[in-house]
Design a binder for this molecule. Sequence first.
Ligand code: GLU
Length: 450
Amino acid sequence: MHWSAGIVGTGSCLTPAGRANRDKTQGKGIRGTDIMDSYNSFHVLQQQIREAAAILNLDSATVEFLSWPQREYRFTLPVRMDDGTFRIFHGYRVQHSFARGPAKGGIRFHPDETADTIRALAGWMTWKTAIVDLPLGGGKGGVICDPRQMSERELEAVSRAYVRAVARVIGLEQDVPAPDVYTNPQTMAWMMDEYETIRGRHQPGAFTDKPLQVGGTEGRRDATGRGGVISVREACRVRGIDPRGTFAIQGFGNAGQRVALLHKQILGGRLVAACDSRGGIVSEGGIDPKELVTYKLRTGSVVGFPGATPVDRDDILEAEVDVLYPAALENAINGDNVARVQARIICELANGPTTPEADVILFEKGIHVIPDLVASAGGVTVSYFEMVQDSSRFFWTEEEVHRRLDQRISTAYHSVQKAVREKHVHPRLAAMVVGVARVAQACKLRGWVS
Ligand code: GLU
């Protein structure tokens, strides 16, 4: 019943038969390329829902309902490349929940994307928006492509083709996309422009994290990082840790770069280790975040940063630091490396960076994990502020955005902490309990389940 979404663009929605096939794609990219790990994030999502539901005593119909996206779409995108040939890209949009409002979540451009990863990410957005108490649901989209191998014109063509495929099922009242891995405000500007052309009207709030000149908000660019740093500030208070200690960043993309600058600016502290997909660097004496960001933007990587020692990319997760920010992809901290993780606080800026097995071990080790559902919620929170400002056509100052963000993230952090204490569970499960309870309540009030 919840798979009733119609055919979109040149592709079709995934059907229940697609579920039976999912094991075939597990661990594989859609085009058969190996993904970097053997964890299926969608199975992880479903397991997390079952665990939260057991604590909340939810009935089996509610669990089944929450375990599947309400709607999902896949489509093929034909695009003319710079050399004149056509390439067919595969795109997805998954709308996990509309219970609390329109679906909300990013669009990724990544070569290893899978339908199940996007399903999981869409579900995590549902809990994330509920935990920060936004009147939104959860969604996520993706295109299997490698932006690092594509020209600006090709990226624009893929972005516009994507919108032509989904235009009928997104928009302010249905589903509002934003950037995610390897997409950015320019991608959103192209997408919004294509969408407005199709609709024949001004609709800036249909996409968020746009450039300021076309309806973006102050404070969106660094919102994810700022939200993470605010949650670390609260965690340091709770745990009695001096926030001016050491920190490390795994993944030096949008979120990683911003958090490097903001952690130092807001909390003080010394960046001692960082990595990106090409490798890692450490420097006990400290790395200047500003210089590292400039270096990364100039050379494309942190590797080779003057004065730092080169190390293996994955060593960064094992650095002995006060705060570790995983800011790359899913399943970075897992059964293989969790025993060697030594940070005192882990602030999950990436979505789903810790596997369920590792969650339990981190909890036993006494490491204070700020789960992604709180730690990375700054982005979607300010996206929501952007939607509100676009609708009223009245824009706030940067200070106002910061103030409201701080309040939302601090409140969310402490509501999860309260659930940790009351339910005696690890922080991710506590966050799930808070989020799932709110979504289940909305489903019940709507009369979808009892
Ligand atoms: N992609 C970001 C996230 O995963 C932001 C989503 C949004 O702003 O809608 O939270």
